[in-house]
Design a protein around this ligand. Structure first.
Ligand code: BTN
Length: 255
């Protein structure tokens, strides 16, 4: 992609004002966190931007896990945005909806959501989201990290993962095209916005979880086992355990 192509792409976007393409970083979320820290220190607005890397040397996943990010094998991106703090709780679900729709509409992949925002195809993970936020008064400055596996990650990859190449009927998917398509899709979705009820009902439609499914949930160093009771109005998972229903707002589900 030339500078002219990039300028043309940027001019079509409505929410994302700048695009940073970098060959290699530790983690695009780490770069975004530094930008947020800098804006806080100098009391300046957060840019509405996306940082995309071809490779991450220390890609990070949720719950301190690593995100395997070999060169040109996936989309590794972080969107930087300012939003109202009241919308923060529902953001992970909104981003999961966006990713599932992106994969369904662009690549005809039967992508579903595992709570809160893992994207899976036939039980295998194809994409993940790591959201980090810093707040000032009623403003939340968010770094929305998104990893989408494009191609086979090679021998060192974690088990139970898949990729666009493995699951899409679309042939010859190129990283560059997939990345531009993703940036445009994300921008359109952010520009359209969605209210809480639409986000919740869309998420419920796209999730793999069915009422009564056995669920094992790890929260930090604790874990809860039970059955899936849906999500509440704040997007929390409801784990039924005997006569009790436990709302869980973060954690890892292993079903
Ligand atoms: C997860 O499912 O555990 C979340 C994975 C998030 C990975 C992305 S890749 C781009 C951004 N930079 C990171 O270091 N992590 C996120």
């Amino acid at each position: 992609m030339t500078t002219t192509d990039l300028t043309q792409l940027a001019s079509r976007l409505r929410v994302i004002e700048s695009i940073a393409l970098v060959p290699r970083v530790s983690s695009t979320n780490e770069v975004a966190r530094r930008v947020i820290a800098e804006c806080f220190e100098n009391d300046i607005p957060i840019p509405s931007a996306i940082i995309v890397a071809r490779e991450q040397l220390a890609g990070r996943g949720r719950n301190s896990r690593r995100w395997f990010s070999p060169r040109d094998r996936g989309i590794y991106a972080t969107i930087l945005r300012s939003m109202n703090i009241a919308d923060l709780a529902i953001l992970p679900l909104a981003i999961a909806n966006m990713l599932a729709h992106f994969l369904r509409e662009t690549f005809r992949i039967d992508a579903k959501i595992k709570w809160p925002n893992d994207i899976v195809v036939d039980g295998k993970k194809i994409a993940g989201v790591l959201i980090e936020a810093k707040t000032r008064e009623d403003e939340a400055c968010v770094a929305i990290g998104i990893g989408i596996n494009l191609a086979d990650l090679g021998g060192d990859a974690p088990e139970n993962v898949t990729s666009i190449e493995e699951t899409s009927p679309v042939e010859h998917v190129e990283l560059e095209h997939a990345t531009w398509a993703f940036i445009e899709f994300a921008d359109r979705t952010l520009a359209a916005g969605a209210n809480r009820q639409t986000i919740l009902s869309e998420w419920r439609r796209l999730t793999v979880h069915q009422p009564g499914d056995r669920i094992h949930c790890i929260i930090g160093d604790r874990s809860i086992s039970g059955t899936w009771g849906g999500i509440d109005e704040l997007g929390r998972a409801l784990i039924r355990h005997g006569s009790e229903t436990v709302p869980v707002s973060s954690g890892d589900l292993i079903s």
